[in-house]
Design a protein around this ligand. Sequence first.
Ligand SMILES: Nc1ncnc2c1ncn2[C@@H]1O[C@H](COP(=O)(O)OP(=O)(O)OP(=O)(O)O)[C@@H](O)[C@H]1O
Length: 319
Amino acid sequence: MIEVENLVKSYGGRRVLDGLSFTAAPGSVTAFLGPNGAGKSTTLRMVLGLGTPDAGSALVHGVPYAQLRDPLHKVGALLDASACHPARSPRAHLAWLARTHRIPAARVDEVLGLVGLASAARRPVRGFSLGMRQRLGIAVALLGDPEVLLLDEPMNGLDPEGIQWLRKLLRALADEGRTVLVSSHLMHEMAVTADHVLVIGRGRVLADGDMAALLTAGPDAVRLVSPRLDALAPALRAEGADVAYADEPDTATVTGLTGARIGDVAAAHGWSVHELTPVRPSLEEAYLRLTARAAEYRATAPATATSTSDDSRKEAAHA
Ligand SMILES: Nc1ncnc2c1ncn2[C@@H]1O[C@H](COP(=O)(O)OP(=O)(O)OP(=O)(O)O)[C@@H](O)[C@H]1O
């Protein structure tokens, strides 16, 4: 269990954490999401006692990290995948950690196998790819068989097989009753891996709850494909629907009316409909909605991208 209560932290007079409170519970994978600079890594560092909050508390198993006995057995963390001396091999690095934390040597080979690094166990880390470094970082986190795992962007650099492996591992760890808190920018991955979601922006909680509930909280939308879309769109709007043209021809996303009602309106005019599909809101859409005003760093859209994403221009072109 991780309990963060009213955490406040400023750097150089700038408030990075602004009264952050949340709980990450055992048996769950909690996705920790937020724009660049939102304060995710800072929060994880505070939980791990790697910084002192200006106010508030961050507890693991009910106590601050510094007060944990045998911390490596209680909390496993991946903060920085390059935190290993480049001349060391994964085996040497893990063996040194094991020796200094009274962990049996056999566990080293066990975790090397678990993260898929057995064949590279004796090679110096300096020649490792980012994905291999991530795997080593995950091995370090798992070494003490901890009940709580904090992983900062663990999917970075992993190949598709590695991402799939990690997804299964995180689920299995949570299913064993462990607390798993994972920061990531990979929305699709988090949507299929996590059962709890915590979104922060500018050091404050924007959303904290069940993943499935967040995904069904958005407006019900229907994907509509019709060769008579230009006639159908105003008819649907007259019924109170919102019709947004998509990039594909004859295609729009309709909110505010059920698929059945859209079909009835089209049928009443004798207009054919080629597709009517309910659209499940994606985590990415929910996330972008939540963080629309909280993103600190956002690129300006290039002129061409702006013109293709402008619905009104598209509609004018269709008219
Ligand atoms: N030691 C520090 N000194 C000064 N500023 C810091 C320090 N650590 C973090 N910050 C600032 O705090 C803010 C939050 O950073 P943090 O790394 O926690 O964000 P994040 O949500 O993890 O972002 P990202 O998704 O980009 O990794 C940033 O503006 C960062 O520059």
